[in-house]
Structures are given as structure tokens and as C-alpha cells.
Ligand binder design. Sequence first.
Ligand code: MLT
Ligand code: MN
Ligand code: ZN
Length: 309
Amino acid sequence: MDIVVLGSAAGGGLPQWNCSCLLCRRARAGDPLVVSRTQSSLAVSADGQRWVLLNASPDVREQITRTGQLHPRGGGRDSPIAAVVLTNADVDHIAGLLSLREAQPFALMATRRVHEVLAANPVFNVLNPRLVARRTVGLDEAAAIAGADGEPTGLTVRLFPVPGKVALYLEDPAAGPELGTVAEDTVGVEMSGPQDGARFFYIPGCSRITGDLARRLDGAALVLFDGTVWSDDEMAATGVGAKTGQRMGHLCMSGPDGSIAAFSGLNVGRKLFIHINNTNPVLAGDSPERRTAEAAGWEIAVDGLEIRL
Ligand code: MLT
Ligand code: MN
Ligand code: ZN
């Protein structure tokens, strides 16, 4: 199984269009220690021929352009992208669907809830219903991924609920502290290939590591996990916003209740942070936070990284 990190940043990317925080300024200036990143997404293939996207980021056009494996082959219109799997309905995970129009068949797989959100917004009808097969995946069901034509990709996906939050534009303050969030709003992905042991987890949004989640991840060869913020109050501390990581549905990396501590007792072969916000100091190759994360066995995902399992 081949995995390509198409994008490693959280919503907004690095640099973010309207941000002049230190990290965005360094990235914009071309500082080699703060490399630019597009918004988080992976491409996965069992055979190197047919590919599955995990989320469709607003940067998908650029991501496809710079990833040779995803280029059209032969003459005329073509794409090796057989399917797209969504982990939630956040803008940074669905906006790229609008760039995947142009009468191209593929399968679109998500929870019932995420499909309802897309169905309620007519702009997604640009995905021609005669060509794009919208398939609902039940929670914790092993679903073989096939293209719109029914041809299997050799990959199997399992979507499981993780603590998180409904998409920002659907928040309902009248619905109480959970803002109307339901279990199917945010899921993690377990992806398996046809070979034994080719299996990994992609969890770009998660606000808490429950006992169930820890047991699920223990023993995994590879986990790509929510790296949005280093500390819960980092947006306020860097002066770019008031929301905490928790308020946005994201668990911070540092501290006794953070993800680094939560993973320290788990046996995971390779751990990468992905969906990293432009305020997160781990993005700087010369930061003490980067050294701390790396010393704890974490890698900071970068765009273009390729992993073979
Ligand atoms: C998030 O990850 O919290 C969302 O992408 C935020 C957003 O939609 O801007
Ligand atoms: Mn996001
Ligand atoms: Zn910034």
C-alpha cells in the first residue's frame, strides 16, 4: 500500500492568506525551516494505479498537479482517482470536491450525516449524480472501496467515531455545549490494503483520546493524528484568535492531557502529526516544541511525503 501526504496543514494552510503571525511570515519569506504546507489530505493506493483520496482539500488542484501518481493517463479525460473518503464536513475537507467536477466518475464515501450535509447544499450537485456514486459507510463497518464503476481498489476502509465537533458553519449554539454535534460528524479512518499488515489510521480531527480509541490504535504500524495545536490556548497566545483547540474540536499536543502524553503508553510503529495549524510552533524546524515532539517519537508530516506499508 502506498500513501502520499498531499497536504499536512490544518484549515487555512501555511501561510494562511490573511495571517501575518511569525510562522506565516517565515513560510511566506521562503524560510527553509518553515516550509509551506497545503491543507490536509492523503492519497492511498493498493496497486499504484488506482488512488483513493482521504478528504478533498481546497488545495486539491495544486496537490494533484504536483503528484505525478494522480495525473490523467492516456488521451482525453481521465483520472486515476477512483474514490474520495471524507472524515467530516469541514470546509478544509470538502471544498476540494468542487474542483473534482468536470464530469469525472468516482465514488464518494462518508457517513450518512456527512452525506446529508452535502445533499443539503445544492452547490455539490456540480458532482454529476450520474457519474459520482455517493456511498454511505456505516460506523465501524468494513467497506471495500470500489470506483464508481464498481471495480475494487483493493483497499478497505472502516470509519469510526472520534470525539470532535460538527462543522463550523453548522454549529448550533442553541443545541447546548456540544453545538449539535452527533457521532457521525467526525470520524477516524482505518485503511487496510490487500497484504497482511498493510493497515494504518488517519485521524485529522479528534478532541480526546478515549480508552476505546487508545485500544484501537495500540499495536498499529502507522497513525497520522490531529496535530492542529501545540497548546490549547495557542490562538489567543499568538494573538490571531480567541478559540481554544478544544472549542475547535482538537486535542493539543503538549501537556499532561495532550496527545503526546496519551500516545506515550501505546505501541505504535510510526506516529505523524498532520492537520497542523499555522500557529503551531512544531512547524518551525528550529523550535523547542519540534524537538520535544521528535524526542517523543513523533514526525511532523510534510506535503509530498511518501510512505509504503
Ligand atoms: C477545523 O479543523 O477545526 C476546521 O477545519 C475549522 C474550519 O472549518 O475553519
Ligand atoms: Mn480542519
Ligand atoms: Zn499564521
